[in-house]
Design a protein around this ligand. Structure first.
Ligand SMILES: Nc1ncnc2c1ncn2[C@@H]1O[C@H](COP(=O)(O)OP(=O)(O)O)[C@@H](O)[C@H]1O
Ligand SMILES: [Mg+2]
Length: 356
């Protein structure tokens, strides 16, 4: 898929404009605070109707405006997102779309960010979030299941917390059924995709000189299934904690190199390489699934890489790329070969754009 153009109004600090993109490389260059990440976020927002960096979407609306709107046109489709303090409206091919799960993934995108190292280094919730995004992109029904699962979790936890007072454990039986139903759908989808993830992460990280990188899916439920026996087994503990302690929301990914857990010995450079490999693996999975390359949005990713790894990364980028950085990268050779455009940003404004 190629994003031909977007136009936006009222999005963060971006000055309302319309931009036409190059089919291959789009460099977004500007000082800190210029609005580079905001522009990537705007592209992502019109693809997924959510942000890759904030939960509270109202923050996306420019502080001096009442609403935001983004229209996007690819080589095949068009879509728009509108948001004000009460409403969010999504359209696809000019038609209103009611459910977000019918909207996400109309255009494939993978975001690579300097923050991705935290997927490898940070808490399990970072890895689950990566996994949930990847699965959502692979199958929009995953998002619908996940949203339902989270709702059930909240209700079930409430019952667990107040069980003493109302003493109505019968309710728990109902929630157990629902938890198993939706939790197992999530498990099935993850189970289906983990082998490809492992394969691609291994091959991508090999490009960075890391051999035998592997991933273990650590499940809180044996065999990646929630069954009544497990729920019965942990019931007392759950009542004690007031929390649902088994299910896909408690699982984790563990990274290995040569059979040893990465987190105990990997250097920062190696962790970054694995994080990038995870995102490139996602892009490969989406590409295989859709028969079409996702857009790659890179936010300062190359900044912390040594020259060698930076070159390797650039060589691995396929499809349409949006590359945000404080400095234009030095790879004139590639620029000559590919269709590029450079967007220079200052205070939310795209000042100059040059095509090659
Ligand atoms: N809702 C908003 N309205 C106006 N400005 C905003 C809004 N949200 C963020 N900004 C501004 O956007 C700027 C940051 O832009 P960002 O894209 O993160 O910069 P960078 O080029 O460093 O990636 C900051 O100056 C911030 O104050
Ligand atoms: Mg930024």
């Amino acid at each position: 898929m190629v994003l031909k153009e977007i136009d936006y109004q009222g999005f963060r600090n971006l000055v309302d404009s319309r931009l036409e993109f190059a089919e291959e490389f789009n460099f977004i260059i500007g000082e800190n605070g210029a609005g580079k990440t905001n522009l990537l976020e705007a592209i992502f927002y019109v693809g997924f109707a959510s942000s890759f960096r904030v939960r509270e979407e109202r923050n996306l609306i420019n502080v001096n405006k009442q609403y935001l709107r983004i229209n996007a046109r690819t080589n095949r489709k068009n879509a728009s997102v509108y948001l004000d303090s009460d409403n969010k409206k999504l359209t696809l091919q000019g038609n209103d779309v009611q459910r977000i799960s019918d909207f996400v993934g109309w255009i494939g995108m993978t975001v690579l960010s300097i923050e991705d190292i935290w997927i490898v280094r940070g808490s399990p919730s970072r890895r689950r979030s990566f996994l949930d995004w990847t699965m959502t992109k692979m199958s929009p029904s995953y998002l619908a299941d996940l949203m339902e699962y989270r709702k059930i979790l909240r209700q079930r936890n409430k019952v667990l917390q107040s069980a003493d007072e109302i003493g109505d454990l019968g309710l728990l039986d109902i929630f157990d059924q629902q938890l198993m139903q939706y939790g197992n759908r999530i498990y099935e989808e993850r189970e289906k995709n983990i082998p490809a993830l492992k394969r691609y992460v291994a091959s991508m990280s090999a490009h960075f000189g890391l051999d035998n990188v592997d991933i273990d899916y650590e499940s809180s439920c044996p065999g990646m299934r929630i069954v009544q026996d497990i729920l019965t087994e942990v019931r007392q503990k759950e009542l004690m904690f007031g929390q649902t302690i088994v299910g896909p929301h408690r699982d984790d990914l563990v990274f290995f190199m040569h059979g040893r857990p990465l987190k105990y010995f990997a250097s920062e450079g190696e962790e970054r390489a694995v994080a990038i490999s995870l995102k490139l693996a996602e892009a490969e999975m989406l590409s295989t699934k859709a028969g079409d390359r996702p857009l790659l949005l890179l936010d300062e990713v190359a900044a912390e890489l040594d020259n060698k790894r930076r070159e390797i990364l650039l060589g691995l980028l396929k499809g349409q790329v949006f590359y945000a950085s404080t400095h234009a990268p030095q790879f004139t050779e590639m620029k000559q070969q590919r269709r590029c455009k450079t967007f220079e940003m200052k205070r939310g404004e795209v000042e100059v754009s040059t095509t090659n």
